[in-house]
Design a protein around this ligand. Structure first.
Ligand code: S3P
Length: 441
C-alpha cells in the first residue's frame, strides 16, 4: 500500500483474527497524540533553532509530516521511543525537488498548505488513493482570498501551491474543521496584518496552543481565533501527550465489560478533545482522573476506567458534540449494539469524507456482525440490546474502522476477522499488541 512506510514493518499482517474476550484489565501508556505531533513537527521545521520532541506519534501519518519537513530542508533525527530532533528553517523553507508525499494524511496536506502558501516557490502536495478523494476546496478558497494561488484537480489532490506574499483574512469556516483553522493560522502567521478565523464549533485547539508554545501570540475570544502576521517562532523542547483518540478504543473496550479496570498513563486531556469522556460517563462507565499535569498548555493525565455492573445505557450525539467527537464516532457506533438503548448519531456528515465514508462502512460492518443499523446522510441509528456474531470485517483501508471493529469483536459470539487490519498503523501501529495485553480470554 502506498501509505505504508518502512518503520511500520513490524505492524500486523493484513488480516487479524479477534476472539471474544472475558474482561479488559491492566495499564497502558499510549504513543503521542497524532494531531499534536503534526503541529509540533511542522512548527519545529518552520521555527528558528532546534526542537527536541519526545513521545512523538508512532503513526505513519505524523511520519509523513516529518518526511515532508525533510523535503523542505529541515533536518530531522529520529531516536528511540518517539524522540525526534528537528532543526528549523527560521521561516524559510527550501523549495522541494519533488512532490511532497502526504500519504494517507489529510492533516499533513491541509495544514502544511497553510505554511507553504506564503513561501516564494511552487510546491505540490500528493497523497494516496484515499487522500486523493478527500475535499481540498475548503483550504483553496480561504488561501486564495489571502493571495496565494492553488490548483486542485476537481476539488482534490494533487494540490499545487503557488506561494507568495499573503494578506490577513477574516474568515468564517463553513465546516467545523481544526485542520482548516490551523492551516489559516499557519498562513496568517506569515501574512501582512491580522488573520481571524471564526468557527461555529470550538474545534480542537492544538494549533493555537502549539503556535503559542513556539512563541507566537494568538488571541482567542469565544469562537474566534486571531493571529498577527510577521511573528517569529523559536524551537522548543516538548513531550507529546498520549493520544486520546487512540485511548478511545481501549476506553470503549473496557466499557463493554462490567468488571473491567484499565489505567491509561500520560493521556492528552485537552478539553476540546475530551467529549468522549462525557459520553462514556453518560453511558454509565466509571472514569477517574488520577493525575493531571500541563505541558505547553496541553493537559495530560492518568485516566482510570471501570466497567459498570449494570451495563451501558445509551447515547444521543448531535450538534457541536458530533464535530468534537468526530474521530471517536466509529468506535462509539461499534459498541452501540451492546448498550441498552442504542446510540443515535446526527450532524456528522463529515464522517463521509474522512479516510473512508465512515458512515457507510460502520453500517456495513455492523450489519455483517448481525446488527440492526439505520444509516442517515449525517449519521446512524444503532439499536441497543443486540447480540453480535463474529464476522468478516472490511476495514476499507481506514485505521479507525479496523480498530473500532476489533473492539466490537470482543463481545461478539465467535471469532471476527478484520481484513485490512494493517491500516491501524496509520495512527497506531501498536494497537493490536496493546489490545492483546489488556484483554483476558
Ligand atoms: C484533526 C482534525 C479533524 C480530525 C483529524 C485530525 C486535526 O479533522 O478528524 O483526524 O488534527 O486537526 P477536520 O479538521 O477535518 O475536522
Amino acid at each position: 500500500m502506498s501509505h505504508m512506510k518502512p518503520f511500520t514493518a513490524l505492524s500486523p499482517g493484513p488480516t487479524r483474527a479477534i476472539a471474544p474476550a472475558r474482561n479488559v484489565l491492566g495499564s497502558l501508556r499510549l504513543p503521542g497524540d497524532k494531531s499534536i505531533s503534526h503541529r509540533y513537527a511542522m512548527l519545529a521545521g518552520f521555527a528558528e533553532g532546534a526542537s527536541r520532541l519526545t513521545n512523538f506519534s508512532s503513526g505513519a501519518d505524523p511520519h509523513s509530516t516529518l518526511a515532508c519537513m525533510e523535503q523542505l530542508g529541515a533536518r530531522v533525527e529520529r531516536g528511540e521511543n518517539g524522540a525526534i530532533a528537528i532543526g528549523g528553517r527560521a521561516g524559510e523553507f527550501r523549495e522541494p525537488q519533488a512532490a511532497l508525499e502526504c500519504g494517507n494524511s489529510g492533516s499533513t496536506m491541509r495544514m502544511l498548505a497553510g505554511l507553504l502558501a506564503a513561501q516564494p516557490f511552487h510546491s505540490t502536495l500528493v497523497g494516496d488513493a484515499s487522500l486523493s478523494r478527500r475535499p481540498m476546496e475548503r483550504i483553496r478558497a480561504p488561501l486564495t482570498a489571502m493571495g496565494a494561488r492553488l490548483e486542485l484537480t476537481e476539488g482534490h489532490a494533487p494540490v499545487t501551491i503557488h506561494g507568495g506574499p499573503l494578506r490577513g483574512l477574516d474568515y468564517q469556516t463553513p465546516i467545523a474543521s481544526a485542520q482548516v483553522k490551523t492551516c489559516l493560522l499557519f498562513a496568517g502567521l506569515q501574512a501582512g496584518g491580522a488573520t481571524r478565523v471564526h468557527e461555529s464549533v470550538h474545534t480542537r485547539d492544538h494549533g493555537e496552543l502549539a503556535l503559542r508554545a513556539f512563541g507566537a501570540q494568538v488571541e482567542r475570544s469565544k469562537l474566534t481565533v486571531g493571529i498577527a502576521g510577521g511573528q517569529r517562532l523559536h524551537g522548543i523542547d516538548a513531550s507529546v501527550p498520549g493520544d486520546l483518540s487512540s485511548a478511545a478504543f481501549f476506553l470503549c473496550a473496557a466499557a463493554l465489560f462490567p468488571e473491567s479496570n484499565l489505567v491509561l498513563d500520560g493521556v492528552g486531556m485537552n478539553p476540546t478533545r475530551a467529549s468522549l469522556l462525557d459520553v462514556l460517563r453518560g453511558l454509565g462507565v466509571g472514569l477517574n482522573v488520577l493525575e493531571l499535569n500541563e505541558q505547553h498548555a496541553e493537559l495530560v493525565g492518568t485516566l482510570q476506567v471501570v466497567g459498570n455492573p449494570n451495563g451501558l445505557v445509551g447515547a444521543e450525539i448531535s450538534g457541536a458534540m458530533s464535530a468534537q467527537l468526530i474521530d471517536e464516532l466509529p468506535v462509539l457506533a461499534a459498541i452501540a449494539p451492546y448498550t441498552r438503548e442504542g446510540v443515535r448519531i446526527r450532524d456528522a456528515r463529515e464522517l463521509r469524507v474522512k479516510e473512508s465514508d465512515r458512515i457507510a462502512l460502520v453500517a456495513k460492518n455492523l450489519r455483517a456482525m448481525g446488527a440492526k443499523v439505520e444509516e442517515f446522510e449525517d449519521g446512524l441509528d444503532v439499536a441497543g440490546g443486540q447480540t453480535l456474531h463474529g464476522a468478516e470485517i472490511d476495514a476499507g483501508d481506514d485505521h479507525r474502522i479496523a480498530m473500532a471493529f476489533a473492539v466490537a469483536a470482543l463481545r461478539a459470539t465467535g471469532q471476527t476477522e478484520i481484513h485490512g487490519a494493517e491500516s491501524a498503523a496509520i495512527s497506531f501501529p501498536e494497537f493490536f499488541d496493546f489490545l492483546d495485553r489488556i484483554t483476558e480470554r
